[in-house]
Design a protein around this ligand. Sequence first.
Ligand code: FE2
Length: 185
Amino acid sequence: MESLTLEDYVAAIEALIDEGKDAQELVREIVPLKQRLLAGWRNVPESFSEGLGDVPYTRNLLHADAEGRFTVMAIVWGGRCSTPVHDHESWGVIGVLREPVAVVNYKGPEEGHGNLEPLPAVTLDPGAVATVVPPRSQNIHKMLNPTDRPAVTIHTYGDPAKLCRVYDPATGRTKQMELQFHHAL
Ligand SMILES: [Fe+2]
């Protein structure tokens, strides 16, 4: 597989968005680009691990589109950590660089109250790429590192990736969370 630099990956996504592709088309076409991006990376900078321990995982900005149309980031996961249960308003393409990670999807009520039902965890090995598409009520999930070793994943979202809707799985109640980037390339 011919690898892609981050710069070429970003340029290819810009071109797809400029062509007016919808979310489904975008994720379908970004998956092979993400596989080629992963093929060119051995690891992310050591500095991205700084702060692990204070936070379960670090969010590290690789590219922010000037018009806010998409964001590329690396997440470095501490051992045995998990995101909260959340959803995505935008499309997303998630690739695994180091160590297997797992995704647990949830079935739940569209809005408001009622407990969420977890589906069996899906393991994503290094090189694997997963996608999310709207509507957000259909993409409720959490991502976790099932190993004791730091894991690294590369995420591309169709927004600035600064806001997240988090669920209490016992009640289905949601709250908006503001997210920060711990490091940038
Ligand atoms: Fe997610």
